[in-house]
Design a protein around this ligand. Structure first.
Ligand code: SAM
Ligand code: DTB
Ligand code: SF4
Length: 333
């Protein structure tokens, strides 16, 4: 494999450099992204995670996109923390359906230490089933991160969501720096970091570039980078915002692949609104992970049977994809 396709990892990308990659002719961009993808991954493998909302609704934060914010008027049934046996049942089902990772999300600003212990019981039980675990619980302290690490947690998801420039239009109850601090705490505890954002929230291309710059210039690239397309939920401030064009979404995935060559890029929320052809181009652009199962947290995801057909049509297989913290730290940068 040529060195061109296995470049050293960089953490000093300028906006100009990222913009130049982003704006090159589409065929050149996809060729470059796919070449780099092949230098780092099996191009026909896709990692599969299944989501479960373990605590739904009544969140004190004001994220403008979210069905679960108490500040928004979306019709979401508020639920208490799910009982352990229900979580185990859902995780077993996800494993039987072929998922390798079970991701549990809670509508919290941050977990209390008491709630964290309950989530730890869930993590232990899911790991006993033989699945990788990921949780997304809001802001974490260093101590809480270490507690999760000791419990065997594999991944922590905490998204930057958008650019620092656009952020204030979307969320006011926590700062961008709060998010960076949580990511640093998770990384310091040696938990794999899952962090990305949402496209289609009325941002400009320059915001997409700026979000990618933030992610790629973290001291270590996130091991997993979820790129969500906004799921527009009635009753949220972002309902009715102009949708992002599919080709622009694909360009963002390709650019993420080029500048974070060893990270697993997840084609995340929003797939119900995407054609099979758009999704195929996302995989060609270097996406190699998805959420699988007919529900995300509170909104719909494509039916498993549909995804299975799509995998068959594209010749994709869904075995475990190597995510590369060790590969990253082993690099010479
Ligand atoms: N409450 C925790 C937090 O925000 O850190 C964890 C759960 S929260 C639902 C996890 C992520 O889901 C958000 O950061 C956001 O990126 C994504 N998300 C939420 N609602 C979405 C929507 N309507 N469309 C796309 N992504 C969404
Ligand atoms: C991520 O980046 N996307 C997932 C997961 N991390 C937690 C969540 C998507 C949520 C979509 C809206 C919903 O179902 O409520
Ligand atoms: Fe709460 Fe997370 Fe939704 Fe924001 S994204 S309102 S923090 S559940």
């Amino acid at each position: 494999m040529s060195e061109l396709n296995t470049p050293a990892l960089r953490h000093d990308w300028s906006k100009q450099e990222i913009t130049a990659l982003f704006e090159q002719p589409f065929n050149d961009l996809l060729f470059q992204a796919q070449s780099i993808h092949r230098g780092n991954f099996d191009p026909n493998q896709v990692q599969v995670s299944t989501l479960l909302s373990i605590k739904t609704g009544a969140c004190p934060e004001d994220c403008g996109y979210c069905s679960q914010s108490s500040k928004n008027d979306a019709e979401v049934e508020r639920e208490r923390l799910l009982p352990l046996d229900e979580v185990i049942e859902k995780a077993q089902l996800a494993k039987d359906n072929g998922a390798s990772r079970f991701c549990m999300g809670a509508a919290w600003r941050n977990p209390t230490d008491k709630n964290l212990e309950k989530v730890i019981d869930m993590i232990t039980a899911v790991k006993d089933i033989g699945m990788e675990t990921c949780v997304t619980l809001g802001m974490l302290t260093e101590k809480q991160s270490q507690r999760l690490k000791d419990a065997g947690l594999d991944y922590y998801n905490h998204n930057l969501d958008t650019s620092p420039e656009h952020y204030g239009d979307i969320i006011t109850t926590r700062t961008y720096q709060d998010r960076l601090d949580t990511l640093a705490n998770v990384r310091a505890a040696n938990i794999n970091v899952c962090s990305g954002g949402i496209l289609g929230m009325g941002e400009q291309r320059s915001d997409r570039v700026s979000l990618l710059q933030q992610l790629s210039n973290l001291p270590q690239h996130p091991d997993s980078v979820p790129i969500n397309m906004l799921v527009q939920v009635e009753g949220t401030p972002l309902h009715g915002v102009d949708e992002i064009e599919p080709l622009e979404f694909i360009r963002t995935i390709a650019t993420a692949r080029i500048i974070m060559p060893k990270s697993v890029v997840r084609l995340s929320a929003g797939r119900t609104e995407m054609s099979d052809e758009t999704q195929a181009l996302c995989f060609l652009a270097g996406a190699n992970s998805i959420f699988y199962g007919d529900k995300l947290l509170t909104t719909d995801n494509p039916a498993e049977s549909h995804d299975q057909q799509l995998f068959d049509k594209l010749g994709l297989n869904t075995k475990h994809v190597f995510e590369s913290t060790s590969k990253q730290s082993a690099c010479s940068c």
